[in-house]
Design a protein around this ligand. Sequence first.
Ligand code: ZN
Length: 138
Amino acid sequence: MDKQSRMELRRKAGLRDLPKPNVKVLGPEYAMSFACLNCKTSNMRHFDIDPCDYPDSIECPVCNNLAINVGRHFKPPKKTDNAQWKKVEYLIKHGFVFQTIFERRDDTGDYKASYPKTLAEAKDFVVKYKRQSVQVAL
Ligand SMILES: [Zn+2]
């Protein structure tokens, strides 16, 4: 019998102070964002498959163009924020789809690099981390 069933039995037996069972399901926390550069929208999608098997792109539900999988941590700019969307487009076209990028440090070990805040910063970023870029079919 697994832990959850045992807890459920104990709960039924009246031991009410037990913690609620922590049911692990692939829920919305495994939703990925898909960004469409054409209409500047981002849509969260959840699939009942392993997150690493999620598609690299989907058809944009708004304009039917290609929407790129930009992972779980993408924060879409406002639709009207052209400068930020230009930066996002630049990054994606250079193979940076908001995957985790590591900064190599010999002294303190690797750490997570933050994504650039501006297009100007993005131009240095794609050069600096070129080896960590991925293939993006646009
Ligand atoms: Zn679109």
